[in-house]
Design a protein around this ligand. Sequence first.
Ligand code: 48N
Length: 329
Amino acid sequence: APPAALLDLQEPAANCQNGTAPVSTKIAAVPHTTAVLANGSSTKQKTIEEMAGNWADFKFAPIRESQVSRAMTRRYFADLDKYAESDIVIVGAGSCGLSTAYCLAKARPDLKIAIIEASVSPGGGAWLGGQLFSAMVMRKPADAFLREIGVPYEDADDDFVVVKHAALFTSTILSKVIQFPNVKLFNATVVEDLITRADGKGGIRLAGVVTNWTLVSMHHDDQSCMDPNTINAPVVISTTGHDGPFGAFSAKRLVSMGGLPALGGMRGLDMNTAEDAIVKGTREVVPGLIIGGMELSEVDGANRMGPTFGAMVLSGVKAAEEALMIFEL
Ligand code: 48N
């Protein structure tokens, strides 16, 4: 019999905090399961326990590099084709954009939702609480959203709760959003313009977004003629934040194309006014374009709230409601 596996985590770490459960170091034995492959055949899946402590004979099945390339590119370009016509595009996968996507994808599994995120790593400013501190504060009643997505928190005070690490919130909502079958996240991809149509009343309405690889978009000044790609959608929800290389993108582009008279410009920090204004102000700014989260502070001249995130998630809830109203018209 192979030597006893070295890792045997019989009890989840949490139970060990108060020293009650025995802390052992073996990976818990999991039953054999059978995988049904795409071609319909089935294969017995190995367990970690079978591998642990038995590495001398370990071997991956042989593979050709092109199989990996095709596995990635086939799927990516199938998604690009599928989402070239989307129902909703969300620009920016920060706390507001991800909250919006969660609400929409759950409420309307029939809608195709594309999320365009400029950074390789989605999450925006929600990986840390403030000044690189890890705890994340959310003022009540935004704790309702944490319970909805299953993020544990400390009920620190009558008026706010604390998530032990902001990354716990962001990784949880990101994993839930990506798992929805009607959502596709295109990260490292930037919206570098908006697709517009005349609305027949002298104004514009949104008809989608213009995208490019972010790194390409950042080099338009030193390499010309790197034309973009496009995604058509009747509703665009812009949650691009107030800072960062492309911050407040849609608000600024609307002004430069005459869709908005001027930017309101984000005001100084005032938690009490900022969070209410962002949640209540989340709306369709021009036909087909909803703006939420901190990008809205640049549109309306709202105050900033600093290191508290309740308004971001509830602005996401409201942005989703605004989008559903458009679809239910
Ligand atoms: O986290 P952000 O910046 O934006 P929000 O509105 O989701 O959350 C804001 C929040 O993090 C705060 O700023 C807190 C509450 N502080 C307030 C304060 O007073 O300072 O996420 C925006 C995301 C980022 O991931 C960007 O990379 C992305 O949007 N992004 C874009 N993605 C695609 N195309 C673009 N043009 C673009 N611009 C930004």
